[in-house]
Design a protein around this ligand. Structure first.
Ligand SMILES: *Cc1c(COP(=O)(O)O)cnc(C)c1O
Length: 391
């Protein structure tokens, strides 16, 4: 989902001819360029480029309203949001997190000198399994950093119960969860803080960007200081802050994207439904169940390639690539497999059986608003075809 994982980087290799345009796992939604020009004119006219300019302030207010949250602090990207969220709550020692995520989740801990403690996922929801959290708590544990994986809400009630008993903070990596709702409104109101990403691969993109959702004005103020080097006024610096500010160009695009978001999600919903319909009868291909207790943003379409499917996940991945279709193995390898993590005791595979299995089975199929029904059908039919042994 970053440089090395950028689905926009062509990697066509030996694609079969005649299949039309390559299809990547995602394609960013962009509004018509003409609609963006007026915003650029205004930036050129005012010469306000960054540092909490007018578009930045408008986007914070608009996002609060759109998402139904109290306070938002915009960031240059989601990773700086995660790093700063941990700083804002002064998290230290050990933090419990999931190995089944994009690597930035755990990197944000290392950037704060915090030791990640990996806990296995629930094999159905693919989110941090609350039943396994308590056993991983030590006197050094100060927080839990779960991920709403693929936008599916974590078991926020169970996680909060544990946090309350052990006096832990909860920071949600909500990079996948823009616009997701649950029983209480936005999924972003749970825990102490939630962090969003507006990267090019995400459902709501500002090219690069991110945000921290916070419950009170005081926390937002601290975060606002931290993202601007720790400045509180011209001559006062209260913390070793970072430069995490979102620029006016990114904020302007965000304002425009908001106007299109509803339609973009509706199209994603249709793509999701069509995949489910076409793949329902393919033996050994399991789609993640749709929960009726939340409203999805259809950010990803993960399938699990199980033992009954005649070829393995990697063979299916390669076969689709030969047809110029480029799904992604999100999330493989597990974060706990990367060299800076694999020495941790909690990174051992026998500590993470569900995550280890799912990482070997998962494939995220292309899903984005501009994807045509015919392409969805072609992808699904290819998967069904490989599965029946006929190529
Ligand atoms: C994309 C992503 C991030 C990083 O966000 P950036 O805006 O790219 O820095 C963090 N966590 C998860 C789960 C992500 O998918």
């Amino acid at each position: 989902m970053e440089a090395a994982r950028n689905p926009q980087t062509p990697d066509t290799g030996d694609a079969l001819p005649g299949a039309g345009q390559p299809i990547y796992v995602t394609q960013p939604f962009l509004p018509p360029l003409e609609e963006f020009i007026p915003y650029l004119r205004e930036i050129w006219a005012t010469r306000k480029l960054t540092n909490g300019g007018p578009f930045h302030q408008q986007l914070e207010a608009s996002l609060c309203e759109f998402l139904g949250v109290r306070h938002i602090a915009l960031f240059a990207n989601g990773t700086l949001g995660l790093v700063t969220a941990l700083q804002a709550l002064r998290i230290t020692g050990e933090v419990i997190t999931t190995p089944y995520s994009f690597v930035a989740t755990a990197h944000a801990l290392l950037w704060n000198g915090i030791k990640p403690v990996f806990v296995d996922i629930d094999p159905v929801t693919l989110n941090l399994d609350p039943a396994r959290i308590e056993a991983a708590i030590t006197p050094q544990t100060t927080a839990i950093l779960p991920v709403h994986c693929y936008g599916r809400p974590c078991d926020v009630a169970a996680i909060q119960r544990i946090a309350d008993i052990y006096n832990l903070r909860v920071i949600y990596d909500a990079a996948h969860a823009f616009g997701v709702g649950d029983g209480s409104g936005s999924v972003l109101v749970h825990g102490d803080l939630s962090v969003l990403s507006f990267h090019a691969t995400k459902v709501f993109t500002t090219f690069e960007g991110g945000a921290i959702v916070c419950p009170d004005a005081k926390t937002k103020q601290r975060i606002d200081h931290l993202k601007n080097f720790g400045f509180v006024d011209e001559t006062t610096v209260v913390a070793p802050g970072i430069n995490g500010k979102m620029s006016e160009v990114n904020a302007a695009l965000g304002l425009l994207q908001l106007q299109h978001f509803g339609r973009a999600i509706n199209r994603r919903r249709e793509v999701d439904a069509l995949y489910r319909e076409r793949l329902a009868t393919v033996r050994g291909i399991r789609c993640l169940p749709v929960g009726d207790d939340y409203s999805s943003n259809f950010a990803y379409f993960p399938i699990l390639v199980e033992a009954e499917y005649p070829i393995g996940r990697d063979a299916l991945y390669s076969a689709l690539k030969r047809h110029d279709i480029h799904p992604r193995r999100y999330f493989y390898p597990l974060i706990s497999e990367f060299p800076m993590y694999r020495g941790l005791p909690s990174a051992a595979r026998d500590n993470l059986p569900s995550a280890s299995r799912v990482a070997e089975q998962v494939l995220c199929l292309p899903i984005y608003p501009a994807l045509q029904d015919a392409d969805v059908v072609r992808v699904a039919d290819l998967i069904a075809g490989f599965g029946s042994g006929s190529k």
